[in-house]
Design a protein around this ligand. Structure first.
Ligand code: UDP
Ligand code: MG
Length: 314
């Protein structure tokens, strides 16, 4: 009689080459969850790991078949797709995401639940003593500032995935079908009553970060182009101002041609201006490309990920 019984909490964890830490994660997570005295399920997505992660996940499922479900991706589709796939199959009223690398301590989950019980439908988190390099800390502060200015999304710390969402929000996220997305931002967008709590943040216990600087840059591009048209609009405004100025300048040059005759000097000044405008143009083409790319991906309507198999008992 376990069929269709809804757990109160769904824990969602993306896994990519985390063999070294998984065992430790399971032990601590099960411990923390059992202390909460609420029914729960754990959904882990294996995001195309090439190490032993999947066989460790299989064992975990074999040990707790009623509580643990495993989704096995055919390839590496990224952390956020791994989370979405788990969202689609989650059954809990409260859905909590967590990283597999133990940077988000499972022992902090209760803090999110307390906020939920107080009536919030989205509980974000920020890291108490962020264990990251100085460079990443500084860059992320700058990016946060820019994102808040351009989109309406307020988030103290976009790098912390220990977050809780209501079933309502998860359903909207699943409906969204966006090709590339940043889940906490999308959730904030759909939330009626969001809040944030401070959580502990540990150093990565095993392995190393799967995110390169390039991927972080991509993520932030997606964040901005996915939630705002302001960059395009700024670009148009800039175009209007520049064409105004160059219009006036041409008038001046024509007048000058009549009164002073042809002008030959100042060629380099002109080149500088032309180069500047050219670079702005290239930037603009790239920017339009970002949006066209997003449109292309959603129009082509391909499945965003392929699942090889699912291990579940209910
Ligand atoms: N992850 C994933 N697919 C990827 C990259 C990462 O599922 O392509 C998972 C990874 O296993 C971890 C989480 O996403 O559970 C966060 O990754 P990581 O710790 O490398 O990111 P960081 O903490 O450095 O931002
Ligand atoms: Mg990490």
């Amino acid at each position: 009689m376990t069929k269709n019984i809804k757990p109160e909490i769904s824990i969602v964890i993306p896994v990519y080459n985390e063999e070294a830490g998984l065992q430790d994660l399971f032990t601590r997570l099960m411990d923390a969850l059992q202390k909460l005295n609420r029914s729960f399920e754990i959904i882990l997505t294996n995001d195309g790991s090439v190490d032993k992660s999947y066989s460790i996940l299989k064992n975990f499922h074999a040990r707790y078949p009623m509580n643990v479900r495993i989704i096995d991706f055919l390839g590496n589709y990224g952390q956020h797709m791994a989370i979405i796939a788990a969202f689609e199959r989650s059954k809990g009223d409260i859905i909590i995401t967590l990283d597999a690398d133990l940077q988000n301590p499972p022992e902090e989950i209760y803090k999110l639940l307390q906020k939920f019980d107080a009536g919030y439908d989205y509980v974000g988190s920020y890291r108490a003593n962020r264990q990251d390099t100085f460079f990443r800390k500084y860059v992320s502060r700058l990016i946060n500032w820019g994102r808040e200015k351009i989109t309406h999304i307020k988030m103290k710390d976009q790098g912390c995935m220990l977050r809780a969402y209501s079933r309502n929000i998860i359903e909207k996220i699943v409906e969204s079908k966006e090709a590339s997305t940043f889940i906490p931002a999308l959730a904030f967008h759909f939330s009626q009553n969001p809040t944030e709590v401070e959580v502990r943040h540990d150093e990565r216990a095993y392995g190393e970060s799967k995110y390169s600087l390039y991927m972080l840059t991509r993520l932030n591009f997606d964040l901005i182009t996915g939630f705002s048209l302001v960059p395009l609009q700024l670009f148009t405004l800039f175009g209007i101002v520049i064409s105004g100025i160059s219009g006036l300048f041409s008038l001046y040059m024509i007048g000058r041609r009549f009164y002073c005759g042809p002008e030959l000097e100042g060629g380099f000044t002109l080149l500088t201006i032309v180069f500047f405008l050219l670079s702005v143009l290239i930037l603009g083409v790239g920017l339009i490309g970002e949006y066209v790319g997003r449109i292309f991906q959603s129009v082509s309507n391909r499945p965003r990920y392929v699942i090889r198999s699912i291990l579940e008992k209910n």
